[in-house]
Design a protein around this ligand. Structure first.
Ligand code: HAM
Length: 418
């Protein structure tokens, strides 16, 4: 018999996890909405060229991580590995800049990257994020960073660090990269194999290497891009830092933070959590002023971030910040109470908006009560023959064990104020 399993790097979200998942989704979207961002959803696949042009043909994502294929019509297609390029494509296609000079967009979506799976790194994963398209000003960078920070704080994530840097404009990059390559050439033999290749094709990425000896070479020999940025770019970055300080957002200026996608310029940032292990980035983002033009639109400055949902959930588990759901469990004792019980739960769902779950397995009272505990019910309602005759139910507060007799006719009102 065949034994089908999920494909490596993908995972099922089982019912026990889905509740938490949805709660995280709605909390993230509620906060982005509070900051004035509106949700956008793009298709699961796009043209391969969009990502090659948008992310950069020498990046890890484009060279080895995309799920790409040719369809029956010969079109080269790719499952989306990130969302900034698709959002930029949608912005251009729907002329969104004509509707409003500043578009604040948010998303919560699933992505695909053929990376080596490990804790916090899957081949299908979820991201939420936000893109502010239209403003070149530092207060927009600060707003995006503040939005990411506010979301993590709302989940009570404690040991997180906000790291930021400026990599200046795209114009300074060719001169800086050739300076970096020349400086590291004589140390090439001491670099790891991946960094030897990076030195030739994407030298900035050497800063992302986790290898100790590569980091030592960088610390002692490598010029930092921050020291090559213009005075205007420094002023922009200083203002971002000033706004973050005045709004009480703690951060570190990490001059080695460069980010792995080619579209970035000026401010780059990441939020990391020490409790996540080697895949410690909760989210990452920055300015990408040249992307819209590169994809065929006008020059429109933009800044955004994206965050891994699985990593947020891992950090939440570490901090025991699990989300709790108020739920009421209706116990039914005997066949004769089923009709009345069904009527009451239907009425309660309508009038209170609470989650009401009714027993349908006709188990013993003890087993039903155990089930109410298992699903973390806040209250249970007991309906047996005696209660049916006296037209009252017994309501039990599960944590304290306190019990109340509530007439059928008062039940909705009783739960509405709970
Ligand atoms: P990124 O750094 O590639 O940036 O991804 C952002 C976040 O997605 C990471 O910090 C991590 O939490 C999560 N992530 C990435 N790859 C995986 C994976 N294989 N498994 C699980 N989680 C993962 C971007 O995607 C940019 N588009 C961010 C951006 C938006 N920049 C400007 N706007």
């Amino acid at each position: 018999m065949p034994n089908y399993k999920t494909i490596k790097g993908t995972h099922d979200l089982l019912p026990g996890q889905m509740d938490k998942w949805r709660e995280v989704e709605s909390q993230c979207l509620a906060i982005t909405k509070q900051f004035g961002y509106q949700e956008i959803r793009t298709p699961v696949f796009e043209s391969t060229e969009l990502f090659q042009r948008g992310i950069g043909s020498d990046t890890d994502i484009v060279t080895k991580e995309m799920y790409s294929w040719k369809d029956q019509g010969g079109n080269r297609l790719t499952l989306k590995p990130e969302l900034t390029a698709p959002v930029a494509r949608a912005y251009i296609q729907h002329q969104m800049g004509n509707q409003n000079p500043l578009q604040r967009l948010s998303y919560y979506d699933t992505l695909f990257r053929r990376e080596r799976p490990q804790k916090g790194r899957q081949r299908q994963f979820y991201q939420f994020g936000a893109e502010a398209i239209g403003s070149p000003h530092p207060e927009q960078d600060a707003e995006i960073i503040s939005l990411a920070y506010t979301i993590y704080k709302s989940f009570n994530i404690q040991n997180m660090i906000v790291k930021l840097n400026s990599i200046g404009s795209a114009e300074i990059r060719p001169a800086y990269l050739s300076h970096l390559r020349n400086t590291l050439q004589s140390k090439k033999q001491k670099l790891c194999n991946t960094c030897k290749t990076r030195l030739e094709i994407n030298a900035l990425r050497i800063f992302d290497c986790k290898n100790q000896s590569c980091q030592e070479i960088l610390d002692t020999h490598a010029p930092l891009i921050f020291h090559s940025i213009s005075e205007d770019d420094k002023r922009h970055f200083d203002t971002v830092m000033d706004i973050l300080t005045s709004t009480g957002i703690p951060f570190e200026h990490d001059k080695k933070l460069v980010r792995g996608l080619d579209y970035y310029s000026h401010t780059t940032f990441e939020v990391t959590s020490q409790s996540l292990g080697s895949q410690d980035a909760l989210c990452g983002g920055g300015r990408y002023d040249g992307l819209i033009q590169q994809l065929g639109g006008k020059y429109v400055p933009a800044v955004g971030f994206a965050a891994g949902v699985e990593r947020l959930l891992l950090a939440m588990t570490k901090n025991n910040a699990a989300v709790k759901f108020p739920l009421v469990y209706m116990l039914l004792l005997g066949e004769q109470v089923i009709k009345k019980g069904s009527e009451l739960v239907q009425e309660l769902r309508k009038t209170t908006g609470k989650t009401i779950v009714m027993e349908t397995l006709r188990r013993s009272m003890k087993a039903q009560m155990r089930e109410a505990g298992r699903c973390n019910a806040e209250y249970s309602i007991i309906l047996g023959e005696n209660e049916l005759n006296s037209r009252m139910v017994v309501v039990k507060h599960m944590e304290s064990g306190e019990q109340y007799e509530v007439p059928f006719s008062d039940l909705s009102a009783w739960f509405s104020v709970k």
